[in-house]
Design a protein around this ligand. Structure first.
Ligand code: GLY
Length: 258
């Protein structure tokens, strides 16, 4: 996956009020900040220009910028988050995106869509129908893709927060999969790394320019990724895991010549 840029946003102190069903306790703000700094350094070590924005205390989950937009090779799509407390996050992302994308599209109510539900497989987009992304939002997104000569498909789901909570495309036809996605016939043609139940959190990882960033502490998953030939970088994500945030959630990665 060749990217040139990533947008990231520092966690705010209100991250302790972030939406969660993890049952792992409250994040420690100072530790979250330190882990975020390491995340930025890892992206930079993969040759990304990192666009770092300051924290926004109005939005506890706003460090999870991935949910606010989807960057394609043809256009950027500003989403309409399904979580009410997150809808306002999109206002801050648009001015940044405008600098890099000439074509900007939007998901409009009653459609909802969050970027965590969109998985890019070499320009084909799988869209999870989750509690955050509804059929109308997914259809709007498909219509946008088709307008620009791209395509995708919807994926039914019932267990995970987002599609990419349980699926990550690593490139070379390799898919990390957890839980309900391991037996989904839509993904039968991929080489699948089946993440162990106790390592489900590791199903969300990101390939940045050939290096796969994985959450630390999930040894079997990391070992499998390396067996498939990918170099890995492990990052401690403990404070983000407490509020249901994964590695992909913390950045919006894209290609730009600017
Ligand atoms: N706490 C991340 C989310 O639920 O969107």
């Amino acid at each position: 996956m060749n990217f040139t840029h990533a947008i990231v946003k520092k966690p705010c102190q209100n991250i302790i009020k972030g939406i969660t069903r993890a049952n792992l306790g409250f994040p420690n703000y100072e530790l979250a900040l330190a882990q975020h700094q390491k995340y930025v350094e890892a992206l930079e070590s993969c040759s990304l220009n990192v666009i770092l924005r300051e924290a926004d205390e109005n939005y506890p989950d706003s460090t999870f910028v991935e949910d606010t937009a989807v960057m394609t090779r043809e256009c950027a799509v500003i989403t309409n988050p399904g979580a009410l407390s997150r809808k306002g996050e999109i206002a801050a992302i648009e001015p940044i995106i405008k600098k890099y994308f000439k074509k900007i599209e939007r998901i409009e109510s009653p459609g909802t869509l969050e970027g965590g539900d969109v998985m890019d497989v070499d320009g084909f987009y799988y869209i999870g129908l989750s509690e955050r992304t509804n059929r109308k939002g997914a259809q709007q997104f498909l219509d946008i893709l088709r307008k620009y000569g791209m395509d995708g498909m919807m994926v039914g789901m019932s267990e995970m927060l987002h599609l990419k909570t349980g699926l990550s495309y690593l490139g070379n036809n390799v898919l990390m999969s957890a839980g309900e996605f391991q037996t989904n016939s839509l993904f039968a043609d991929f080489s699948k790394i089946k993440v162990l139940h106790q390592e489900t959190y590791a199903a969300n990882c990101i390939n940045i320019n050939g290096k796969v960033i994985v959450p630390s502490g999930f040894h079997e998953s990391r070992k499998m990724i390396e067996i498939y030939g990918f170099e890995t970088i492990a990052l401690d994500m403990s404070e983000f895991q407490k509020v249901d945030g994964g590695l992909s959630c913390l950045s919006l990665r894209f290609v730009s010549e600017i």
